[in-house]
Design a protein around this ligand. Structure first.
Ligand SMILES: CC(=O)N[C@H]1[C@@H](OP(=O)(O)OP(=O)(O)OC[C@H]2O[C@@H](n3ccc(=O)[nH]c3=O)[C@H](O)[C@@H]2O)O[C@H](CO)[C@@H](O)[C@@H]1O
Length: 359
């Protein structure tokens, strides 16, 4: 079956799309991934030589009264035309949008051509674009049950969020520690701020680490890397990097994680049963990262704190609970593992290739 997957713009849309494409390929189907012109898409897709990618311009929607609205609408019309052409040339049978604005034109074009069309939303509070796209879709696929109420009258299915295939086989802790110049025998925290990094979180972690007895692998993000490196100085057992293109090795050395509550990051934590402190990105649309983090915190699968309520000392007290030997750690691991059960990739592929009629 020929399936076009629109998934660019951010790691949180791209990696789940790649995971679905890899499974489709394994099952003998023919996926094609539409990604955006953004650097993050080019970098992340480069290592998947087995997959076919098509770059399409995607412009984020400006606010309704913005003067940018007219060029945006013209761009959108053009983009829909290009997508229709691509779907026809590709002889696509199904369109799957992994969410966000890069999904709009492909999903709309697919609907107009009479193809089965799906959109996936991984957050507890779905994006406005996805709510808009939903009316052109055969079915809306959700990462978290909490999002169902935002799609009244639509056919929805809670399928979870796909995890990248490369996390199936982590390197050994020893190999991973050697890669980062860390000691495999020492407790280790992994810190990252989503695919775009996080200045406030970075500062808090550097402060907290001063009183923690553990190593730190800190992915600071490209924009904040030099500043964080300066703050850390030559501290032993503290490895800072700008972007991590080897998350399996990063997770393999970690006993616990401090990160934002983006849906893909959280899905990976659950899949690997890693305990975490989740610090929602304060400016995320509709505060959806707080809603995401609450799902894990309410299940006892993670600790959660707002950036504004934290200082170095408070964060250190939370992070200590993630380290081996801490009495709280075992329950967090158990609950996280429960949330990681089931395979979203399989469920999505079953829906996408299994259904036969458009609604
Ligand atoms: C600020 C914001 O609005 N972020 C949203 C964005 O997430 P964003 O893409 O920022 O974050 P996610 O947590 O969903 O995904 C991050 C992905 O990037 C990977 N990674 C991260 C750092 C790194 O150095 N290398 C690397 O590979 C992680 O392993 C993960 O797979 O889309 C998600 C899906 O709609 C939302 O849930 C997030 O809330």
């Amino acid at each position: 079956m020929k399936v076009v997957i629109a998934c660019g713009g951010t790691g949180g849309h791209l990696f789940p799309g790649i995971a679905v494409a890899e499974e489709l390929l394994k099952q003998g189907h023919e996926p094609l991934l539409i990604i955006s012109e953004k650097k993050v898409d080019a970098e992340a897709s480069a290592k998947y030589e087995n997959l076919r990618f098509e770059v399409m311009p995607a412009v984020a929607k400006p606010s309704t009264l913005s003067p940018k609205m007219i060029p945006f609408l013209l761009g959108l019309v053009k983009s829909i035309g290009q997508c229709k052409q691509l779907l026809k040339t590709e002889k696509a049978e199904v369109v799957l949008g992994m969410g966000g604005f890069t999904s709009f034109a492909p999903a709309y074009a697919g609907k107009k051509l009479g193809l089965r069309t799906y959109v996936h939303d991984s957050n507890a509070v779905p994006g406005k674009t996805n709510i808009m796209i939903a009316k052109y879709c055969t079915k809306v696929l959700l990462g978290l049950e909490a999002a169902s109420s935002y799609f009244p009258g639509r056919d929805t299915a809670v399928v979870g969020t796909p995890v990248r295939g490369e996390l199936e086989n982590l390197p050994s802790r020893e190999e991973a520690a050697a890669k980062w110049g860390l000691d495999p025998a020492k407790p280790t925290l992994l810190v990252f701020g989503g695919s775009q990094g996080a200045r406030g979180l970075n500062t808090l972690v550097v402060e907290a680490a001063e009183s923690l007895e553990c190593q730190v692998l800190h992915v600071a993000g490209q924009l904040d890397f030099e500043r964080v490196k300066g703050l850390v100085g030559g501290r032993e057992g503290y490895h800072t990097l700008d972007f991590c293109d080897d998350m399996p090795s990063a997770y393999a050395v970690a006993d616990g994680v401090i990160c934002r509550s983006g849906a893909s990051s959280m899905t990976e934590l659950a899949y690997l049963a890693l305990p975490s402190v989740l610090i929602p990105y304060p400016y995320a649309a509709d505060d959806h990262q707080t809603a995401n983090a609450k799902v894990f915190a309410d299940a006892g699968a993670a600790l959660m704190a707002q950036e504004k309520d934290l200082d170095g000392e408070k964060l250190a007290a939370l992070a200590r609970q993630l380290l081996p030997g801490a009495p709280e750690r075992e329950a967090l691991v158990t609950q996280t593992r429960i949330l990681g059960e089931g395979s979203a990739v399989e469920e999505i592929v079953n829906v996408v290739v299994g259904e036969t009629s458009a609604s």
